[in-house]
Design a binder for this molecule. Structure first.
Ligand SMILES: C[S@@+](CC[C@H](N)C(=O)[O-])C[C@H]1O[C@@H](n2cnc3c(N)ncnc32)[C@H](O)[C@@H]1O
Length: 295
């Protein structure tokens, strides 16, 4: 049973838990249609870059400091196994990373019985420079998309993805900019993902009204993208500072004109709005519509 003190924010469609995701996920029973996870990449080892003309350390925080390969493997195994318990039989999981963690994540997904569907390359159109000039500029992140059961068909909005790609099949290379300034109006998180990336993931793999879990919620980007697209969200995060930032971001959406202006800034939403699948809130199954979190 989950300690009620872990509930940091509770609303019908946007709930946040405070604490360690591996422990908290083991304490409640609920199945989600989709999980997005942006776990520690273990890349904070004193590297440097340039921001606004200044040399800065790119360390993200204590939670991102590198461990041994064995430690990284064990951590990935533990949290992915818990996620598996919280996916519907036809549900899918998306996990982001860089070379520091993504190979371990792929191995663990396969060992735990998932079927890998795609590895998306997010090619950043505006990457930060590499100031050492001794190797190529890092400009990509990877996002593995996998389904729980090798034999149970998953949901993929193929037609919408094609439409978003000028009526050509959407490829696994997504050219999207890094985070924009307007997305940080309520404060900063060192590894905040852009809303455009999460919106595409949500539109591709869920129907209106779906339940989405993010075990490493950070600034709540997945939840904000869920709210902007009419999905329901549970986020888990260890740091109160980031939970408070997530709540501020969610409260901001109580202002209808802000929602309108954010939706207009995200090209995929603008295009999807004209589509029956997105306009049709009855795409949700009855069973799904009446489900609610057990706390
Ligand atoms: C890469 S960031 C996620 C950023 C998020 N996608 C966003 O857009 O803001 C990972 C987050 O996971 C949190 N975290 C790390 N280990 C955790 C754990 N075991 N349980 C819950 N949260 C954790 C960190 O505090 C950090 O905010």
């Amino acid at each position: 049973m989950m300690n009620k003190k872990a509930i940091y924010h509770r609303a019908d469609d946007f709930t946040l838990l405070h604490g360690d995701c591996i422990r908290l996920m083991s304490e409640f029973d609920f199945k989600f249609d989709m999980i997005f996870a942006d776990p520690p990449y273990f890349l904070s080892n004193g590297g440097i870059s340039v921001q606004s003309g200044k040399v800065v350390c790119v360390d993200k925080g204590e939670w991102d400091k590198g461990g041994s390969p064995e430690h990284i493997d064990l951590f990935n195994e533990e949290w992915i196994a818990e996620c598996r318990e919280h996916l519907t039989e036809n549900g899918t999981i998306w996990i982001s990373g860089t070379y520091h963690n993504i190979f371990s994540v792929a191995n663990k997904l396969t060992q735990l019985g998932f079927k890998i569907l795609n590895v998306i390359t997010w090619a950043k159109t505006n990457p930060p420079p590499n100031i050492s000039c001794r190797y190529f500029t890092y400009s990509t992140e990877f996002i593995i998309w996998a389904r729980k059961c090798p034999k149970k068909p998953h949901y993929f909005n193929y037609d919408l993805m094609k439409l978003l790609n000028e009526n050509k099949q959407m490829t696994d290379v997504w050219r999207l900019p890094a985070i924009a300034r307007w997305e940080k109006s309520q404060g900063k998180h060192p590894t905040q993902k852009p809303l455009a990336l999460l919106v595409r993931i949500i539109l591709a793999s869920t129907r209106h009204g779906a339940w989405i879990l993010d075990p490493f919620s950070g600034s709540g980007t997945t939840g904000i993208a869920a709210s902007l697209t009419g999905r329901r969200y549970l986020g888990i995060e260890r740091e109160k500072e980031y939970l408070d930032l997530s709540i501020r971001r969610r409260v901001e959406l109580e202002n209808g004109s802000i929602v309108k202006s954010y939706r207009k800034k995200i090209r995929d939403i603008v295009i999807a709005d004209g589509e029956p699948e997105e306009a049709d809130i009855f795409g949700v199954t009855d069973e799904n519509r009446i489900q609610d979190l057990p706390f």
